[in-house]
Design a protein around this ligand. Structure first.
Ligand SMILES: [Fe+2]
Ligand SMILES: [Fe+2]
Length: 343
C-alpha cells in the first residue's frame, strides 16, 4: 500500500501533468492508486488533484441536483412573502428565501471547480435533463406550510447535509459547512412558527396539523429511495462523498422528529409510528415510492409550474448577466484589479 508521501507525489505529478510539464497517460494507474489511498486516509480531494472521471461526474451530478433544489426551493416559500402575517414573519421569510439563493450560488460555484459551468447546468435543469428534489414539486397551500417546510424540509436537509461537511471533495464539503449553519436557522424558524400556530386558536392549530400531515411523507422521501434500490449509493459511500445510507439518515430524521412533534402538540400522520425498544429506534409505516418516482419523473402537482417559473426568471435576468459581464470586461480592460484606482 502506498504511503502518504507517495500519494502526494502522484497527486502532485498529476498537477504537473495538467500543466503539460511532466508525467504521461501511463501514470493513470498510479494516480488512481494515489487517489484511492488519499480517500482512504480521509484526505480532501481538491480541484487540481487528479480524480477518476466517474468521481468527477458523480460529484457534478450530485452538486448540480443539490444546487437546483436550492433555487427551485425558493419558489414555494416565496409564494408566501407578500402574505406573511406580520412584518417580523415577512423579514424572516425574506432572509430565509435569500439564504436559499446563496446556497445555490455556493453549490454552482463548487460544481464550477469540477469544470462544469453554471450555464450548462442551468440549461440541463431548464430542459429536464437534471433533476431537483422531489419535495419542491408540492404546493404551499397555507401559511402553516412555511412552518412545516422549515421544520421538516429544512430539518431533513440538515440531517442529509451535516455528514456532507466531511465529504471527500473539498469545495463541496466547505460549502456545506456554511449551508448547514443557515439550514439550522431555517429549521428553528419553522419550528417556532408552528409552535406559535399550535398554541394559537383551534383554527390555527388545525392549520398547523394539516400542513404537517401533508409534508411528513414527502419529507421522508427526501432521503431518496431505499438502500437496496439506490443506484449510486454504494459507490458514493466508497468514495466518501456520502457517509451514511439513505435509510440510516431517514431513520435518524424520524427519531429526531417524534419528540419535537410531541413538544409542538402535533401528531405525525403515521399509524405505524412507534418506539421499538429492541432496536432503540422508531418503527414507521411504508413509504409510497410510486408517488416519489412519479413526482421525480415530472408528474408532481407543481413540477410544470416550478420549471416554467425558473425559465422565466432566467430569461428576465438576462440583462443582469449581460450587465455584469460588460462591467467585468470594462473593469479588467481599464486595469482595475491590478491596483489602479477608478475615477
Ligand atoms: Fe438551503
Ligand atoms: Fe433552507
Amino acid at each position: 500500500m502506498a504511503t502518504a508521501a507517495t500519494h502526494q507525489t502522484a497527486r502532485t505529478l498529476a498537477h504537473d501533468s495538467q500543466d503539460g510539464t511532466q508525467a504521461g497517460v501511463d501514470d493513470t494507474a498510479a494516480y488512481e492508486r494515489a487517489f484511492d489511498a488519499a480517500v482512504a486516509a480521509d484526505e480532501r480531494v481538491e480541484p487540481r488533484d487528479w480524480m477518476p472521471d466517474a468521481y468527477r461526474a458523480t460529484l457534478v451530478r450530485q452538486i448540480a441536483q443539490h444546487a437546483h433544489s436550492e433555487i427551485i426551493g425558493m419558489q414555494p416559500e416565496a409564494n408566501w412573502i407578500t402574505r406573511a402575517p406580520s412584518l417580523r414573519r415577512k423579514a424572516i421569510l425574506m432572509a430565509k428565501v435569500q439564504d436559499e439563493a446563496g446556497h445555490g450560488l455556493y453549490l454552482y460555484s463548487a460544481a464550477e471547480t469540477l469544470g462544469t459551468g453554471r450555464e450548462e447546468l442551468l440549461d440541463k435543469l431548464h430542459t429536464g435533463r437534471q433533476k431537483y428534489s422531489s419535495i419542491f414539486s408540492y404546493p404551499t397551500l397555507t401559511w402553516a406550510d412555511v412552518g412545516a417546510i422549515g421544520w421538516l424540509v429544512d430539518g431533513a436537509a440538515i440531517t442529509n447535509q451535516v455528514p456532507l461537511c466531511r465529504c471527500s471533495y473539498g469545495p463541496y464539503a466547505r460549502a456545506m459547512v456554511r449551508i448547514c449553519k443557515e439550514e439550522s436557522f431555517h429549521q428553528r424558524q419553522g419550528y417556532e412558527l408552528l409552535l406559535a400556530l399550535s398554541r394559537g386558536t383551534p383554527a390555527q392549530h388545525a392549520m398547523a396539523q394539516d400542513a404537517v400531515d401533508r409534508w411528513w411523507w414527502p419529507s421522508l422521501m427526501m432521503f431518496g429511495p431505499p438502500d437496496d434500490e439506490s443506484a449510486h449509493s454504494a459507490q458514493s459511500m466508497a468514495w466518501k462523498i456520502k457517509r451514511h445510507s439513505n435509510d440510516e439518515l431517514r431513520q435518524r430524521f424520524v427519531d429526531i422528529c417524534v419528540p419535537q412533534a410531541e413538544s409542538l402538540d402535533l401528531t405525525l400522520p403515521d399509524p405505524d409510528l412507534r418506539w421499538n425498544e429492541e432496536r432503540g429506534q422508531h418503527d414507521f409505516g411504508p413509504i409510497d415510492w410510486t408517488e416519489f418516482w412519479d413526482v421525480l419523473k415530472g408528474n408532481g402537482p407543481c413540477n410544470e409550474q416550478r420549471i416554467t417559473q425558473r425559465r422565466r426568471a432566467h430569461d428576465e435576468g438576462a440583462w443582469v448577466r449581460e450587465a455584469a459581464s460588460a462591467y467585468a470586461a470594462k473593469h479588467s480592460a481599464s486595469g482595475a484589479g491590478r491596483g489602479v484606482e477608478q475615477a
